[in-house]
Design a protein around this ligand. Structure first.
Ligand code: CP
Length: 325
């Protein structure tokens, strides 16, 4: 038999023009614009309490989460369900991965059950790229090691558009553990494609070598870095990915790189404070700033569901009723 069975055909025959969402490095501005357009469209429907088109009805989204997650995993699940889809969540714990099954075998096994999309979070950088090559269904990267987290960057762009009314021309500072941050990498690619000016600030041991080659300005002194910025995006230190001695102590880090009310005295009065979560309160950000009036951390979380609705809708080739688009 020449034809493989249990292989649904899904190509890039959707309006986004890509089969899978693997990273913002590979997105064009017009594709980011398309995701944002659908995100705001879904937001408008949700805010108005209008019915959401069930474009994922009869479709199944498999969530393969081999690293912990609260926001990304639950928002993909909610996104799929709001669009009328089914979801199945598999974590490393409790699945046959614990018995030694490889990621490829697990992915092929779940694809044989004929889902329509696979969402993957995995500690190995590049794992979604590998699965994209061997699977016919779209793969969405929900965070691969310290490589990329594209839907986080897209929801951050949506939040900037919502609160600043634009992205092009914004001066965005990313503070913290840039070296181990997939959020920083995806945001740098995406923000620059959208015309923002991006700077980074952190201890030298937590900045990637030659980071300026990504087209960002580099600071080591936080009070200098925050001046004239429209947005400060602070990051969790990825303690689980650090080698011993690579990071200052929590106290030291907080003293030199923590975003506090005192640091914000050097910043613009309308600076927007963002954090992808989860937050190490009192380390990279003080509770007063995290919960303060300039913080949009929970708005980012809310927008995460909406952006993931747009991504799932677009990748599965869903069509909205005439008049909505
Ligand atoms: N921002 C983010 O990816 O959070 P989770 O790890 O909770 O999904």
């Amino acid at each position: 038999m020449s034809e493989k069975i249990h292989k649904p055909s899904h190509g890039s025959n959707n309006s986004l023009g890509i089969k899978s969402l693997l990273g913002t490095e590979f997105l064009e501005k017009k594709q980011i614009d398309q995701v944002l357009k659908y995100s705001f469209l879904f937001k408008e429907l949700l805010d108005a309490g209008k019915p959401i088109p069930q474009t994922l009805a009869q479709k199944t989204v498999i969530l393969l989460f081999f690293e912990p997650s609260t926001r990304t995993r639950s928002s993909f699940e909610l996104a799929a369900k709001r669009l009328g889809g089914n979801t199945l969540v598999l974590t490393k714990e409790g699945s046959s991965a614990e018995k030694g099954e490889t990621l490829v075998d697990t992915a092929k096994t779940v694809e044989a059950m004929q889902p329509d999309v696979l969402v993957l979070r995995h500690p190995s950088a590049g794992s979604p790229f590998h699965l994209n090559q061997i699977l016919d269904i779209p793969v969405v990267n929900a965070g691969d090691g310290f490589h990329e987290h594209p839907t986080q960057a897209l929801l951050d762009l949506m939040t900037l558009q919502q609160f600043k009314g634009k992205i092009a021309g914004l001066k965005v500072l990313i503070v913290g553990d840039i070296a181990h941050s997939r959020v920083a990498r995806s945001n740098i690619y995406a923000l620059k494609k959208m015309g923002a000016e991006v700077s980074v600030c952190g201890p030298p041991t937590l900045l990637p070598p030659k980071v300026e080659q990504m087209g960002v300005e580099v600071y080591y002194e936080l009070d200098q870095a925050v001046k004239n910025k429209d947005v400060i995006m602070t990051l969790r230190i990825q303690f689980e990915r650090l080698n011993p001695g690579q990071s200052p102590s929590r106290g030291e880090y907080s003293k030199f790189y923590g975003i506090s009310e005192s640091v914000l005295k050097s910043a613009k009065s309308d600076v927007l404070i963002m954090h992808p979560g989860p937050v190490n309160r009192g380390v990279e950000i003080s509770p007063e700033v995290a919960d303060g009036s300039r913080s949009v951390i929970l708005n980012q979380v809310g927008n995460g569901v909406i952006v993931r609705m747009a991504v799932l809708h677009l990748l599965t080739g869903g069509e909205l009723p005439e008049g909505l688009v």
